[in-house]
Ligand binder design. Structure first.
Ligand code: GTP
Ligand code: MG
Length: 291
């Protein structure tokens, strides 16, 4: 269903949720500006109304310094899932980068993700902690085996070879983000934004990446989120994926998927075309980031 046009000129919309982050948010903006250059189209910060005065000040400073920075206060609270959805709703670029602002996600992987997306004309490229070359630094010893169990289980259920199906770090084509009805409210957004595209047959690839525990601030991810992951995955598997009305209107053959809550999955038709020049540029950036 997603016959994506080649990504000739990437205009990356960054969407990042913020709850009491300061230095890590500044570092994310600095790193993405350096790594993406002109391809960084906008940097959307969705900050929680529960954020500290210092965080608000940091957001204000970034917006003042860089006109590409757009700061919005989350309307529907609390939750990372809601924050991402509010950011997606106003993002106008293509592709859209989903990334946390707590310094745990590896900005250096982004040019590689972009290169991979352009090369294979993928609808989604996920950062993968479980692919060879990926990994964890400072992850909870309790959460790690549980996370691996989810990967194996979801991999089997969704019949995919992608190694990391729950990580929130990813690059998604604008059309894919705008076509799917997102429902997650909390941390399960990380698996929803990967499993729904897979269920719809979107072409998905992965880039190995290292997760590194935050240096400051606090996680709001409770252990109970793990159960939400399972609930989300099973709902996607058995109830299917709802398409936005706007998207269905633009493609009448999909109208049934917009109105029918128990829609079935639609096989994807990823285009094989790619833009070699743009891809080479990002492959170069990726090599430079490696060295
Ligand atoms: N806008 C907004 N941002 C949030 C909210 N909760 C967390 N965040 C941000 O979302 C990102 C992820 O939150 P964390 O609580 O660290 O969750 P996580 O990284 O998935 O979980 P850990 O693996 O435990 O670190 C961080 O950048 C937080 O600042 C929220 O309710 N609203
Ligand atoms: Mg975190």
């Amino acid at each position: 269903m997603f016959d994506l046009k080649p990504l000739n000129r990437p205009r990356v919309s960054v969407v990042t949720p913020v709850l009491n982050e300061d230095e890590s948010l500044r570092a994310l903006h600095r790193d993405l500006d350096r790594l993406l250059g002109d391809s960084l189209f906008e940097f959307i910060v969705v900050h929680s109304p529960r954020s500290s005065a210092k965080t608000r000040e940091t957001c204000g400073e970034l917006a003042k310094r860089d006109p590409r920075v757009r700061v919005i206060e989350q309307r529907d609270n609390p939750g990372v899932g809601r924050a991402f959805r509010e950011g997606y709703a106003i993002a106008t670029g293509d592709p859209i980068l989903s990334v946390d602002s707590d310094g745990e996600m590896e900005a250096e992987a982004v040019p590689k993700m972009l290169a991979k997306m352009i090369e294979g004309n993928h609808g989604l490229v996920v950062g993968s902690r479980w692919a060879p070359g990926g990994g964890f630094v400072g992850y909870s010893r309790l959460k790690k085996p549980l996370n691996l169990m989810f990967q194996r289980l979801f991999g089997l259920l969704f019949q995919t070879k992608i190694h990391d199906l729950t990580y929130g770090f990813k690059l998604t084509r604008g059309e894919v983000v705008r076509s799917i009805e997102w429902e997650a409210t909390l941390h399960e957004i990380g698996c929803e934004t990967t499993l729904k595209p897979i269920r719809l047959g979107v072409s998905v690839a992965e880039v190995p990446t290292i997760w590194t525990a935050r240096m400051s601030g606090r996680s709001s991810n409770r252990f109970s989120s793990n159960f939400r992951y399972v609930k989300t995955a099973l709902a996607i598997l058995f109830k299917g994926v709802r398409i936005t009305r706007e998207f269905a209107r633009s493609d009448q053959s999909l109208a049934e998927f917009a109105s029918e809550p128990r829609s079935r999955s639609v096989p994807g038709r990823p285009s094989r075309e790619s833009n070699a020049a743009e891809s080479n540029r990002f492959a170069e950036i990726a090599r430079a980031a490696d060295s």
